[in-house]
Write a protein that binds this ligand. Structure first.
Ligand SMILES: Cc1cc2nc3c(=O)[nH]c(=O)nc-3n(C[C@H](O)[C@H](O)[C@H](O)COP(=O)(O)O)c2cc1C
Length: 519
């Protein structure tokens, strides 16, 4: 069975195909992610984020639960908008201390074969050339299971520590991102031809230089003349994730994203994002269904409804309101320490992220939020809904949300590490499978001869793109990343006896003496 269809109704009788529910896990290489204050709960283990076993146990658990992938968020600065200081963030572990997400991927890949990895990297502060190499390396080491969550950042504190006085303006960051994407597409998709690597030991040729091309990129922000350092990895371009839903963010997603993460507190808000994103894909010449859209949610479940409600009450007692306001202030660029808790939130354009503020103001004009209500809401599960109940009640809510919003799946956050995900895998996944709404098996390679008897043989590794879309491993031919072309070679200067202009301008080596040391 493919993860993109669930064609068997209850009791195994064929019925109208229903849209399966997809799960993605939302995590960060830190202590307190989307539930500020919950690290103080006695059963939470997120302080173990520095231990390899913490991540490998999580990866095994998610693979057992047939999650599409684990999405690792990241920021490159501290949350210091609240009261103009990082103190609240440091005191309450609000996404600080924070380790690098990329290092976790090979650790988790080593103990799994099917789980995908959506890694967040802000393009704003790293040259595309070195970044393309890091992603190709991960795609090789995961055998094609890596995705990139394309972000441009929202914290001025990141810009200040990375050589800029402040962030680029909101829309300018997306313009930069468009040029960046052009560079990395050229490196990943066009620099090395499919048969460039010969590995011919007898002929003493590893790669055929005629089939490895300098990309000669000259864009408004980046000039990158050379060849990609890496030989082609299984997917070449990692699966592209994105999470911006402002007007400019949607246009960017419509062109580039394969998967989009959205967060909103109500069905009305999330439906607006989903509709807008699918319309942007159409405006970019794609189909709305080309995007897989995951909505953020937190599931609190237990074998009985009463136990689930008791668990919710216990978790709520550990929310930290100051920490929630530090988070909200960082996301939005608005210092919420300056407002009384009963002040109503109004929308204003800032140079931080725009969606977080819109979610609690303009995105749903029928609902007004006070600062205190928004902080309470964010305290458990961030900006997404909290779905509470026994497994059957949770399954009902997931299905209702999916049908009302057009979401493809859910980006599940946790309250307690790893208890929350364990509850989902052990209680909710079987319930959804019983209803034919969740994949019962892992996906094998589309062309695998073992597909009929998956239990009999070890699982074959599958690329993330195959798993998500049923085709791959490369970007589809219709995607902007596959339609890109290399700039034409510069015209040779018409001088008699002159050699053609080199593709890259390299300093010419000076003759050395044989005794001169070689570096
Ligand atoms: C679910 C979700 C996860 C996100 N994760 C990150 C992240 O890890 N790092 C980051 O810098 N931005 C992250 N963002 C922020 C977005 O990339 C984007 O900057 C933000 O939504 C504002 O964009 P917009 O103004 O176009 O809506 C996330 C957003 C959402 C909704």
């Amino acid at each position: 069975m493919s993860a993109t269809t669930a064609e068997t109704g209850e009791g195994g009788t064929p019925s109208t195909p229903v849209k399966p529910i997809r799960f993605n896990a939302f995590a960060m290489n830190t202590v307190g992610h989307q539930s500020p204050g919950l690290w103080t709960h006695p059963r939470d283990e997120s302080h173990r984020y520095t231990e390899p076993e913490y991540w490998q146990d999580l990866a095994r658990l998610l693979e057992r639960g047939r999650f599409d992938s684990i999405f690792l968020a990241d920021v490159l600065g501290v949350y210091d908008v609240h009261a103009g200081s990082p103190d609240a963030a440091l005191r309450h572990a609000v996404q600080v201390p924070l380790n690098d997400p990329l290092a976790l991927v090979p650790l988790m890949a080593a103990v799994t074969t099917q789980l995908g990895f959506g890694v967040t990297c802000a393009l704003t502060y790293e040259p595309p050339y070195s970044f393309a190499r890091r992603m190709s390396t991960l795609d090789h080491l995961t055998r094609g299971r890596v995705g990139w969550n394309i972000v441009t950042g929202y914290l001025d504190s990141a810009a200040r520590n990375l050589g800029q006085s402040s962030q680029l303006a909101h829309d300018d960051r997306y313009d930069l991102a468009d040029d960046y994407l052009d560079v990395v597409y050229k490196l990943w998709e066009l620099s090395w031809e499919d048969d460039a690597v010969r590995r011919d030991k007898a002929g003493r040729v590893y790669a055929d230089p005629a089939k490895v091309h300098a990309i000669r990129h000259r864009g408004p922000h980046y000039q990158v003349p050379g060849v990609h350092l890496c030989e082609p990895s299984p997917q070449r371009t990692p699966v592209l994730f994105q999470a911006g839903t402002s007007g400019r963010g949607r246009a960017f997603a419509g062109k580039h994203a394969e998967c989009v993460f959205v967060s909103g507190p109500t069905i009305a808000v999330v439906k607006g994002y989903v509709d807008g994103l699918r319309a942007s894909a159409v405006a970019a010449g794609r189909q709305g269904r080309d995007l897989l859209i995951y909505g953020q949610a937190l599931i609190i479940t237990a074998p009985t409804a009463a136990q689930a409600q008791a668990k919710l009450a216990d978790l709520r007692a550990h929310i930290d309101i100051e920490a929630a306001l530090a988070l909200l202030s960082g996301w939005t660029g608005v210092d919420f320490s300056r407002y009384p808790r009963d002040a109503t939130i109004d929308y204003l354009d800032t140079q931080a992220g725009r969606t977080a503020l819109a979610s609690f103001s303009s995105a749903d004009p029928t609902r007004r939020w006070t600062v205190g209500e928004a902080a309470e809401f964010i305290g458990l599960g961030g900006r997404g809904p909290v779905l509470v109940g026994d497994p059957s009640q949770v399954a009902d809510q997931l299905i209702a949300w999916q049908e009302a919003t057009g979401l493809d799946g859910f980006n599940l956050t946790y309250a307690l590490a790893h208890e929350t995900f364990r509850d989902v895998v052990e209680l909710v996944v079987p319930e959804l499978q019983r209803r034919g709404r969740y994949p019962a098996e892992h996906v094998l390679h589309a062309d695998s001869a073992d597909a009929a008897t998956p239990a009999a043989k070890p699982l074959k590794p599958v690329t993330l793109r195959h798993k998500l879309f049923g085709h791959g491993p490369r970007l589809p031919a219709s995607h902007a990343g596959r339609r890109i072309r290399l700039d034409a070679l510069p015209e040779p200067v018409p001088q008699s006896g002159a050699s053609p202009e080199p593709q890259e301008t390299r300093p010419q080596p000076q003759p050395r003496s044989l005794t001169e040391p070689v570096a």
